[in-house]
Each structure stands twice: as structure tokens, then as C-alpha cells.
Design a protein around this ligand. Structure first.
Ligand SMILES: [Zn+2]
Length: 512
């Protein structure tokens, strides 16, 4: 084994962070794996080429991973995670498994890929490397494709050992994935699982609300962000940035009306989750959505975790006074900034006793000091302003705000040992904290996926592709359950086709 291969062996030993991994860890697993942090006690992983002497030709951006997610100090955890994802995706172009199958030159076929993945599991990374790269039975460049990684163009003219560090990453990443359970493949397998399970976790994302015209709110380039061009922001995420909100709440309130529904509507997918609850099968619905449609659909508060908060309530950013979310809907619809009624009341009281009170600086700096604590601030540039009440903000989690505690509490202390089936609907599972749920749960629990397109970073047992409203209608039909919803056309006919080359991947289309 030469030095390069030793390096490869060493870093591929750095493996699974499975159950002991904090679910609060901001880093998405894909980034975290494959980098030997043991030699470097700092909490920032360095993906720079310099840290990988094995291949100085690879230019990989440095990624700093903060591990203080979930802390209460208002660190920009979501912002970091966002950056990590996009850097990862730019640097390591992934191949979806269906590209493996189509016979692109110098890529493994789907069958070869499955064999290599199995062999890696069976013999471990060291022996696997001996049998493949050391024995020269396959190039590192081609072997990359077996793990869903596309050889990057910038390495095209390099020797094969230029691919070793990427291969090491690919292997580590593969080993950290849950292994698909071979027993479940068909749509009928999925139906049987749903029928026999009694503690189902349903993970939902923006895809389940888009049929009501609610934009997908975190996807850059699509959905809500594309509507923000006229706002002249450096980054569309600034709409959901807590310090920007404190600086200028107008930005948020100019788009917020698009995030609320005009009338209490639900989708067939929401009705499906409610039906699971009605049949005593719903353990928890973890939703990434902030539209609060789950509540409209009748999901009980104790069975619902809105991972990014929701419009269900709103709070004053100064005094934390909380009101039902609908209280501020008229302001949201009028694109006006709602003000805190309690602040207004206190102001009116204090006006009569202290007519010339100094306004606290509102320059967006973090100041924990209460505005109306009776102490006049000396940092407001000496001007005397008319005091203003605090601004009301919907209790959705902004970038820079901690995630709701209920998420990790419920998952670790309640759900983990009870769950018997996981159904992921309408999310690509790339945004924490929901992305951390699947790797956190026991791997023998069946997991199924319902979305328009498959994902390659998670191995589900059954993939059901298509419009989620259509997929759930077909599942209920086959289960003999009546899914009542006005958006399901009478006599709807759905065709299910198994995707060529995949036993467990099925595409649902409406034919009538
Ligand atoms: Zn207030």
C-alpha cells in the first residue's frame, strides 16, 4: 500500500456518526463524513486541498462547520447549513442512480453499483480498496460513479490517483447511509406497511402545500425567492433573517401575504395525514412548512412538530407578547407592519407619566435590554424620538433564531423507540433539522418516499414518485380507505409504472 492508499484507508475509516450524533448538528451528514477530525481538535472541518495531501489538484472550498447549533445565542446556524449544502452540491456533482443505468461510458451500471455497494458493506473499506483499487480491477474514477458521484471535469486530465480523495469521501458517505431493507419494494408492500403500522412518523415539506399555490419558501431560484427580485436584497434569504427583520420589517411584510392562505384550505396529502391520525396510526407529523395547514387539517397539536415554527402564533420582537397568528392576518394582507398591542398600551400609559421619553436605538444591533424598562438609553445618538411599539413577528423560525426545542425533545424522548414506519412526503430532505430525522431513527424501521423526483443521498425502501396528492390517493384506494377531499376528482384513474432498472421505484401519473 503506497502513501496515497494509506491516506485513503485512513480517512475511509472515519465513519458513521449514527445514533450518538447530536441531531442538532448543523452540518449535513454528507459534508461531515469522510474528514478525519481526530487529528484536528478545532471544531471547523477543513476541506481545503491542503488538508488532503493526497491530491493537491483538487480545489475544494473550505467549509467551516459550526457545532453549536441549537445554542441560544442567535448564531446563524441556518445560514451556515445553507452555505454548506450549496458548496457541497457545487463541489461534488452527484449522479442520480438513474444515470448509472443509462449506460454512460466509464460509469458503473446500476447492477455493478449495487454489487460494489454491497461488497463495501460486507468487507469494510480497507479490504474493499485492496480488492478494487489496489488490485487494479477498476479505476478510482469509475468506482466513484458506483457511489453516485460524478467525476468532476476539472480532474479530467489527471491521473487516476487524483480521484482518491473524492473516492474516500464517496465511500465514507456510502457507509453512513442507511441500508435499504430488501423486503419492501412494491407499491403494495408500501400499502401493507401503512396498514399494519401503528406509529407512523410523517415528514413533510413544501411539496405538500404547492397544490394550494403556496410557494416553496426555501428553494433558491424557484418559488418564493424568485418573487423577491424587486426587493433589492443581497441575498433572498435576508427576508427571513432576524437581524434584517429588526432593521427593516417592511421587507418581510412585503412578501408575507404570499405565505398565508386566504381561506382555511387543505390538500389531499394533509387529509391523508389526518386520516392516519384518525385511524390511530400517526405518531408524529414533523413539518418543515410554516403555513400551519396541518392544524387546519385537524392534526392534533401534540402530534405535530412544526420544525420551522408557523404562522399559528405571532410575538412582539421587543416584549415577546404572543397572540394567535390570525390576529395579524389583516395587517399581513394589507402589507402593513403589525404593532404590538401591549407595547402600545404601555406606551400610552408611560406617555402620560413621562411625556419625553427617549427612544432606544433601533439600528439592528443585538440588545437584550427591554425597551420599556424605565431606563433611558444613552446610545441613541442624542436624538429624542417619539417612542415606538414593538413589531409583531409570526413565530416562524428566521435565520439567526434557535429552532423550536420541541423538535429534538419529541424525536429523542418520545418517537425514536416507538416509530414503526417513516413516510417522507414532498421534501428533498436536504434542510436541517428534518434532514437529521431519517439518519437518527433505527435503520431497521421501514422508510418510504413520496415526491416528484427521487433523491440519492438517502436510501428509501420504496420510492413513489409523482404529485403527492395523487400518490396518497392511490395508496388509500389500494388500502381500501376512503380519502375524502374536494381536490380529488371523482373517478380519478392513476397509473403506476415501475421505473426501469429499479425494483422499488414507481412513478404515479393521472391518466383520467
Ligand atoms: Zn410588545
Amino acid at each position: 500500500m503506497d502513501a496515497n492508499m494509506r491516506a485513503l484507508g485512513a480517512s475511509s475509516k472515519l465513519v458513521l456518526k449514527g445514533e450518538h450524533q447530536s441531531i442538532h448538528q448543523t452540518a449535513s451528514n454528507v459534508v461531515e463524513m469522510g474528514f478525519d477530525s481526530s487529528s484536528d481538535n478545532s471544531d471547523a472541518f477543513n476541506l481545503n486541498a491542503a488538508a488532503h495531501p493526497i491530491n493537491s489538484a483538487v480545489e475544494i472550498p473550505t467549509i467551516h462547520v459550526s457545532d453549536d447549533a441549537g445554542s441560544q445565542d442567535g448564531s446563524d446556524e441556518d445560514g451556515d447549513e445553507w452555505a454548506i449544502e450549496s458548496i457541497f452540491e457545487d463541489s461534488f456533482p452527484e449522479m442520480e442512480d438513474n444515470h448509472l443505468y443509462d449506460g454512460t461510458p466509464n460509469t458503473c451500471t446500476y447492477e455493478e453499483a449495487m454489487q460494489y455497494r454491497q461488497e463495501l458493506r460486507d468487507v469494510g473499506p480497507e479490504v474493499f480498496i485492496q480488492r478494487t483499487i489496489d488490485a487494479k480491477t477498476i479505476t478510482a474514477k469509475k468506482l466513484l460513479t458506483a457511489f453516485g458521484m460524478k467525476p468532476p471535469e476539472y480532474l479530467e486530465m489527471c491521473d487516476d490517483d487524483a480521484y482518491y480523495s473524492l473516492l474516500s469521501l464517496a465511500i465514507s458517505r456510502e457507509l453512513s447511509k442507511r441500508v435499504k431493507l430488501p423486503a419492501y419494494n412494491s407499491v403494495d408492500d408500501a400499502v401493507e406497511l401503512i396498514k399494519k403500522s401503528s406509529n407512523i412518523i410523517v415528514l413533510t415539506g413544501a411539496g405538500i402545500s404547492t397544490s394550494l399555490g403556496i410557494p416553496d419558501f426555501r428553494s433558491a431560484g424557484t418559488g418564493l425567492y424568485s418573487k423577491l427580485a424587486h426587493l433589492d436584497l443581497n441575498d433572498p434569504q435576508e427576508v427571513f433573517d432576524i437581524s434584517k427583520f429588526r432593521e427593516n420589517p417592511k421587507i418581510f411584510y412585503s412578501v408575507a401575504r404570499d405565505l398565508i392562505t386566504d381561506e382555511p384550505r387543505t390538500t389531499p396529502t394533509h387529509a391523508f395525514i389526518a386520516l392516519l391520525q384518525q385511524k390511530g396510526k400517526l405518531l408524529t407529523n414533523y413539518s418543515q412548512n410554516i403555513d400551519n395547514i396541518e392544524a387546519t387539517a385537524g392534526i392534533l397539536p401534540e402530534k405535530l412538530v412544526q420544525c420551522h415554527g408557523s404562522f399559528a402564533t405571532a410575538s412582539c420582537i421587543e416584549c415577546r407578547y404572543q397572540v394567535p397568528g390570525t390576529t395579524i392576518y389583516p395587517s399581513i394582507r394589507a402589507e402593513k407592519i403589525p404593532q404590538c398591542p401591549r407595547c402600545i398600551e404601555r406606551l400610552q400609559t408611560s406617555k402620560t407619566s413621562h411625556p419625553m421619553k427617549r427612544k432606544r436605538s433601533s439600528n439592528g444591533q443585538k440588545k437584550k435590554k427591554k425597551r420599556f424598562d424605565g431606563v433611558s438609553d444613552s446610545d441613541s445618538e442624542g436624538t429624542y424620538d417619539i417612542p415606538e411599539p414593538g413589531v409583531m413577528k409570526p413565530d416562524i423560525t428566521f435565520f439567526g433564531e434557535p429552532l423550536p426545542d420541541r423538535f429534538s425533545d419529541r424525536l429523542t424522548n418520545h418517537d425514536k423507540d416507538k416509530v414503526d414506519l417513516v413516510i417522507v412526503i414532498g421534501t428533498s430532505l436536504k434542510v436541517a433539522p428534518v434532514s437529521e430525522v431519517v439518519p437518527f431513527l433505527p435503520p431497521h424501521i421501514p422508510q418510504m418516499y413520496i415526491s416528484r423526483e427521487p433523491v440519492s443521498h438517502v436510501n428509501f425502501d420504496v420510492d413513489m414518485l409523482g404529485d403527492c396528492d395523487v400518490v396518497v390517493a392511490e395508496l388509500c384506494e389500494r388500502a381500501g380507505w376512503e380519502l375524502k377531499h374536494e381536490m380529488i376528482p371523482k373517478d380519478q384513474k392513476i397509473e403506476v409504472e415501475t421505473v426501469e432498472g429499479f425494483r422499488s421505484r414507481h412513478r404515479f401519473t393521472v391518466v383520467k
